[in-house]
Design a protein around this ligand. Structure first.
Ligand code: SAM
Ligand code: SF4
Length: 333
């Protein structure tokens, strides 16, 4: 699948739930407590069918996300079926890390079960090493569990583990260097993410926004000039650097300030309530659940995907005061 602007679509992010066991300020404001009713959520069978159709159109990489994907029941049984889909070569999962350490069968953690089910790469959100600040950001006391979850992921032997940190001035700017040391000690890739206006308007303002350039300068004042790693790319839009004198790699995701951010976009999103979104930072979304439940055949679903890709915008609209019609948690990060 290729759009008007030459974006080749090979990557599908699938949000399997709008529910979460945390309440991150930038993602889901406190007042949003209402979850979608069950019948408005795609079943696993429905998701698998749509993924099969997408794979026939050239999607080879999947990322399972949410909400918090590990809060959905039987997630392991779902994930286990993904590697059997023809054409799918890469399976990743994004999580807040709180449930990775949980034993789901005697002696087996959720992290191990995911790895054995075929997940190759896992992204864990970690904005701070300070448990008090962690609770302020997430509204929950799960910091210890997340650190345990990261250890469980390391023990499980994933091909790649990345830590994701949302930059928040006045909140976690003092954590950038400790987080770099934390990641270095565990040989993990750490990425700093600019806050995006994907929640209520108050979430992002001039006083709490921190650009990736500022973060990079601050890091360079401590470690020296970061060395660009142009050859290294993951599936997403991060730019990567090596910390001088170390084998450590860190990344920056600057959706708000990097004017080239959308040039290499290869993504589509499927929300848990069956909407295809060609871009996170655009109002556009298309209801594929309706034709799916109305009995559309594979050819018709394929055409639906192609029509959505046809409408993929050149770039996101975050910089034009775009306010989404949905919270991040309902879109799937
Ligand atoms: N619950 C999982 C987690 O927290 O990693 C997966 C879903 S979450 C929506 C995916 C990613 O989006 C997380 O790394 C989170 O930090 C990020 N995110 C959420 N709201 C954001 C915002 N307003 N700006 C930038 N990143 C955001
Ligand atoms: Fe939940 Fe992840 Fe959103 Fe935090 S960022 S509220 S953990 S979905």
């Amino acid at each position: 699948m290729q759009d008007h602007y030459g974006h080749r679509i090979s990557y599908l992010r699938v949000s399997i739930t709008d529910r979460c066991n945390e309440r991150c300020t930038y993602c889901m404001p406190q007042e949003l407590q209402e979850w979608l009713p069950r019948h408005e959520i795609l079943s696993y069978e429905e998701m698998l069918r749509l993924i099969r159709v997408a794979a026939q159109l050239g999607v080879s990489k999947l990322r399972i996300t949410g909400g918090e994907p590990l809060t959905r029941r039987n997630v392991i049984d779902f994930v286990r079926r993904l590697p059997d889909i023809d054409g799918i070569r890469s399976i990743g999962l994004s999580t807040n890390g709180t449930l990775l350490v949980r034993e789901i069968t005697p002696g087996q953690t959720m992290a191990q079960a995911l790895n054995e089910a075929g997940v190759q790469s896992i992204n864990v959100s970690l904005d701070t090493l300070d448990p008090t600040v962690y609770s302020q950001i997430t509204g929950r006391d799960f910091h210890g569990q997340v650190l345990g979850g990261i250890d469980a992921a390391i023990d499980a032997g994933f091909d790649q583990i990345k830590l994701n940190t949302v930059l928040m001035r006045g909140c976690n700017e003092d954590q950038l260097l400790p987080l770099i040391e934390f990641a270095a000690a565990r040989n993990l890739v750490l990425r700093f993410i600019e806050m995006m206006p994907v929640s209520t308007r108050e979430v992002l303002n001039e006083s709490n926004f921190m650009s990736v350039l500022e973060a990079k300068r601050f890091i360079e004042s401590a470690y020296g000039s970061l060395i660009p790693e142009r050859e290294f790319r993951t599936n997403g839009p991060a730019t990567y650097y090596q910390v001088p004198g170390r084998a450590q790699r860190i990344g920056f995701i600057g959706a708000m300030t990097n004017l080239h951010f959308c040039e290499s976009c290869n993504k589509l999103r499927l929300t848990c309530d069956g909407k295809l979104r060609p871009c996170l930072g655009s109002y556009l979304e298309f209801d594929i659940m309706r034709p799916l439940r109305a009995g559309a055949n594979d050819q018709q679903l394929k055409q639906f995907f192609l029509d959505v890709v046809e409408r993929k915008p050149r770039e996101h609209e975050f910089r034009n005061n775009y306010q989404p019609n949905r919270k991040m948690i309902a879109i799937g990060g």
